[in-house]
Design a protein around this ligand. Structure first.
Ligand SMILES: NC(=O)C1=CN([C@@H]2O[C@H](COP(=O)(O)OP(=O)(O)OC[C@H]3O[C@@H](n4cnc5c(N)ncnc54)[C@H](O)[C@@H]3O)[C@@H](O)[C@H]2O)C=CC1
Ligand SMILES: O=C(O)C(=O)COP(=O)(O)O
Length: 389
């Protein structure tokens, strides 16, 4: 029986991927084998020693202590691209809300009082305050061209916008998906100097914290609009407010409310709704549940942010040994020597590394005695050993 501890509202469609006869899922489990969560800040919870894997039913993993999990030999899975369409749709909605001052205009219209004739008179007198702009010919700057950024860039192109993108680590896969009309900016500063609207779709990490700061805002076109559906901390909120006060920034549209943003006319802060569609919640939960289940049952790793991709079909009828170790010389030699010394024959073997970690899966003929597991666990640099029968 595998026990999965859940945090947040995980789609039932995902939880149903765990067969009831050998999986238990609950938000109240003391010694779980795995954790499945959305935005819950795992840094603030005790992660039990029994945890073998963490699954984030979503994209961003800044709410998970990934480095600490790596040191414990625990893979952290996410669901790349599974919520990208949902975030693209909300970002494009944010673009329209900003361009046409829709929220401010709606507030105005909702507050109108008097007879229909009086309302009509106020509408005609007041509507000039909400004059907006159209998208064709305007330039959208997209920072981060991953699953979401590429979709946003392509959608903006289809709406007639010019698009410039910046992503120092764009993958070949994403570059193929990106419209060939999207122009490359070589720096955030270049992108900001060319854009009428900037949208951020990069993860929060030490390189992106405060990416949109006071000096970058000051160097941007007056009248710039900033969309932030990534994470609140990728912008310097204080600098945003100051630029709004100077009317240098036209509007700030984001998915992250805060006290400082409250009550500001040219700020729209949605309650972290980017991925909150039925479809996206299902896609993310199903993808991550399948990955967690496969890891627990077979040791295979797909879409872990801190581990290599290791998928080896199960061969023979013997045991499978899964070893997480430091990416240093001679680990494979020591693992296979320990198996050979116990007279165990290797059927199949796969080893791959990712930054400072390596992962080895070995299918052997027959059962692996506990003494061999112990010997491998004691090799310097080995972080975790697991036998799957
Ligand atoms: N508002 C919401 O509900 C949601 C927010 N997000 C946020 O959006 C982020 C992006 O999601 P995906 O596109 O699915 O991730 P992704 O991993 O597919 O794409 C991120 C892209 O950002 C690029 N990048 C990294 N550092 C960069 C930098 N310094 N400058 C420019 N680009 C940089 C990467 O090379 C990558 O191509 C997530 O990490 C998460 O924080 C994601 C889903 C929902
Ligand atoms: O996938 C992400 O990075 C998100 O921000 C979505 O968060 P959520 O799962 O809706 O709490």
């Amino acid at each position: 029986m595998f026990r999965i501890l859940t945090f947040n509202n995980i789609s039932v469609k995902g939880l149903e991927r765990f067969p009831r006869d050998h999986f238990e899922t609950s938000s109240d489990i003391a010694h779980p084998d795995a954790i499945m969560l959305r935005s819950h800040k795992l840094q603030e919870s005790e992660v039990a020693d029994t945890v073998l894997a963490v699954g984030r039913a979503g994209a961003g993993v800044n709410n998970i202590p990934v480095e600490a999990m790596s040191r414990r030999g625990v893979p952290v899975f996410n669901a790349p691209g599974a919520n990208a369409n949902a975030v693209k749709e909300l970002t494009i909605a944010g673009l329209f809300l900003a361009a046409r001052n829709i929220c401010q205009a709606w507030d105005f219209a909702r507050a109108l009082e008097g007879s229909d004739q009086q309302i009509n008179a106020e509408v005609e007198a007041g509507k000039k305050r909400f004059t907006g702009f159209e998208l064709p010919g305007r330039t959208l700057g997209v920072i981060g061209l991953g699953a979401i950024g590429v979709e946003v860039a392509n959608a903006a192109m289809a709406l007639g916008m010019k698009v410039v993108g910046y992503d120092p680590q764009i993958t070949v896969h994403r570059a193929w998906q990106l419209s060939s009309q999207v122009e490359q900016a070589h720096s955030v500063d270049e992108l900001m100097s060319r854009a009428d609207v900037v949208t951020i779709h990069a993860p929060l990490n030490e390189a992106t914290r405060g990416l949109i700061n006071g000096s970058r805002l000051a160097a941007a076109h007056p009248g710039l609009t900033v969309l932030n559906f990534a994470r609140s901390e990728v912008v310097d909120e204080q600098a945003i407010l100051e630029a709004l006060d100077r009317d240098h920034l036209r509007a700030y549209i984001c998915d992250f409310p805060s006290n400082a943003l409250k009550g500001r006319g040219n700020v729209i802060a949605l309650p972290h709704l980017g991925a909150s569609t039925v479809e996206s919640q299902e896609n993310c939960a199903v993808m991550v549940a399948d990955q967690l289940r496969e890891y627990l049952e077979t040791g295979n790793i797909r879409n872990a942010v801190n581990f290599p991709e290791v998928v080896m079909p199960r061969g023979g009828k013997g045991n499978r040994l899964c070893v997480v170790n430091a990416n240093v010389p001679n680990m494979l030699g020591r693992i296979s020597t320990a198996l050979a010394e116990a007279g165990l024959n290797i059927d199949d073997m796969y080893n791959k590394s990712h930054e400072e970690l390596a992962y080895t899966v070995v299918d052997v003929e027959g059962a692996i005695p506990e003494s061999v597991v112990q010997a491998i666990a004691e090799v310097e640099g080995v972080l975790r050993v697991r036998v799957i029968e």
